[in-house]
Unconditional design. Structure first.
Length: 301
């Protein structure tokens, strides 16, 4: 069964590749965050064949490089020969010579649409996102800290505000806020995945509200039951000692109703009188009844 992260990437692989500038930007993101990108080696790998097929299509459309993916165990890979590497490097604005390529060429992603396509390519190669049922987490991994900081700067410019941390030999750009994750996924074209996270968040909030309401009602019920139990125990003890005559005549209906309705709240008990009485009035009567019952109990000891 596919993970939510894999399903999200499959959704992105079905997204339109857009204009020529956006296709270039997406391929650039894949190359920078792929397995290798230099004049010596260009290699893209993934366990998802759809990602490698999309990379091969972009290489053809953007750079005119046709390549046949190879199988490496559970992974699919694209590896380019010298001529193809030279062609790709030229398309991406690099000289075909020995120097560090892991810097962000902002000229390729000047437009906002190109920035979104670039981030889509990055996520396809190096991103992951947790299932909506779990705590929110989306991350992008790179082994090049300078590149990570440059992409972080781009994300900050777009208002996405990621955090960055080091994990062993890798650097992670990540979000834990579900709202930011939804914004990122929507930007790169994974609208169904963003909607799934949003729906899960709403469901969790509703479930939490229901649980809080149930807990509140349960606490109130326990409180009512506890008070009722104390009142009835005191009344029954007083009745066993002196009978109903220990209570004034104007309190006897209250005594009868309280004993007969142990689970009733003050509001429910007050409504049983004919005519009904107020809750403060009933509370006052019960207070007098408890005082009398306590005096009877003390005198009988």
């Amino acid at each position: 069964m596919l993970s939510f992260s894999a399903k999200t990437k499959n959704e992105l692989c079905r997204a339109p590749s857009g204009q020529a500038c956006c296709r270039t930007a997406e391929l650039y993101g894949m190359l920078l965050f792929g397995a290798a990108f230099s004049h010596r080696e260009i290699r893209l790998t993934s366990e998802q064949s759809a990602i490698i097929r999309r990379a091969a299509l972009l290489l053809d459309k953007v750079c005119g490089v046709r390549t046949a993916p190879v199988v490496l165990g559970r992974r699919r890979a694209i590896e380019l020969d010298t001529d193809a590497r030279a062609q790709v490097m030229e398309c991406m604005g690099y000289d075909f010579r020995s120097y560090l390529t892991y810097h962000l060429n902002r000229n390729i992603i000047e437009n906002e649409c190109c920035a979104a396509a670039f981030l889509r390519g990055i996520f396809l190669m190096a991103g992951s996102v947790s299932s909506p049922e779990k705590k929110g987490h989306l991350e992008i991994k790179t082994s090049h800290p300078i590149l990570g900081r440059e992409v972080m700067s781009l994300l900050l410019d777009l208002g996405l505000s990621p955090k960055m941390t080091e994990r062993r030999t890798a650097w992670l750009l990540y979000w834990k806020d579900s709202g930011r994750i939804e914004d990122f996924l929507t930007l790169i074209g994974a609208r169904h995945a963003a909607l799934a996270i949003m729906e899960a968040k709403v469901e969790k909030q509703l479930r939490g509200d229901i649980n809080r309401k149930v807990n509140c009602e349960t606490a109130n019920l326990i409180k009512v039951t506890s008070a009722s139990t104390r009142q009835i125990a005191a009344i029954e003890h007083a009745l066993s000692v002196g009978g109903i005559e220990v209570f004034p005549e104007n309190l006897r209906q209250t005594v009868d109703l309280r004993v007969a309705n142990p689970a009733a709240s003050l509001a429910e008990l007050a409504a049983m009188f004919d005519p009904p009485i107020s809750k403060p009035g009933l509370s006052h009567r019960l207070g007098r009844i408890m005082e009398i019952a306590e005096r009877v109990t003390q005198s009988s000891n």
